[in-house]
Design a protein around this ligand. Sequence first.
Ligand SMILES: [Zn+2]
Length: 379
Amino acid sequence: MNPADLMRLRTVERTCELERMWQLLDPFRADLTQEQYDGLQRQYSRYHDRLVRREQDGTAAGVDAFERDLVSLVVGRLLEAESGRRGATPAARRLLTQLAGRAGPVAVPLTGLEFEPRCETWSPLTSLVRLRVSGSGFWELPVLAHEFAHCLITDAPAVDRAGAGGLREVRDEIARDLRSDGDLWWSDGAETDERRGRRAEELVADVFATYVLGFAYPACCMALRIASDGLDTRHEIHPSWRHRVWAMLQTMGQVSAQERTECTRWNDFPAEAEKQARELWRTLSGDDGHTMSQSERARLGLWTHRVTEVLNGFGTLRYAGSRRVAVLAGELETGRTRTAPPGRDTVADALNAAWQWRLSRHRTPDEVRDAVTYCLSRC
Ligand SMILES: [Zn+2]
């Protein structure tokens, strides 16, 4: 065997694995739309052809991004089938379908499970939103709304009619503002235009997730994701949590103000939810954002406002809660869980009710498990 043969061996290994994964996806074709399946098949053929060429050339091929996406997709479907659809994956798919429905003529992203990432990610290659295999599943579903925003912003051709162009523009405006600000309050000092764009996009995605899900998104971030000693840590592509949460609270304030002025019937849900979120922030941080300077607050307020203005243009994206949230939260509290007919509630309603219920006092593992089972049966 010569060195080229050894490299060929590795390429053949990848080819066999790719083919095996593709076959494993076959029983789940019905879960995908024709468009999604065709898109995957095009990618599959492209990667398969590349492997064949590499085998002929005698060069090695490593695991590529498409194979990783395919494995995530297959793992997600297999686990879901094995667990009798008890996990949160079907609810994740319903949430993304419902958000896409509210956003207009938008392609619904695929979902898959992943062992590696410490948080949910979105793959632009196949429009795959990855959820974590481990983790509490249901309670972290709100993060999918944030990933969906990345999807909307980046997956341009499919979504232009839905106003995603406006979201991209506002992201770029924020990135330009950051540059003229000298980035001092926002970054770790080593900014590039690419990193400014990505940080700005994170902020847009946070505002989006809060706008479309309400309380459930900031509640999930504050309760499960944010370490109280890491509020001001500036990550490579994420703004600090202090800035992110401030933008979420501003968004909630703007939604409740809009409800007050635009709705003929008084709906106090958004205002109540904002109050709860602010209390949670005080519990976590010990302040109400007052450690930020006036100009930081002004900047973030302005950016949030620009993003929500674009989102207003979508028409049906704003989430203002509903009576169902209070009903569902009441059912969780009283344990009268068998009487309500399933299937009436949106995933957004169930998440808001569940987070309200969970944050109102300490809940034991048994209570939490029962609540998840009930909520999954309702949405
Ligand atoms: Zn993100």
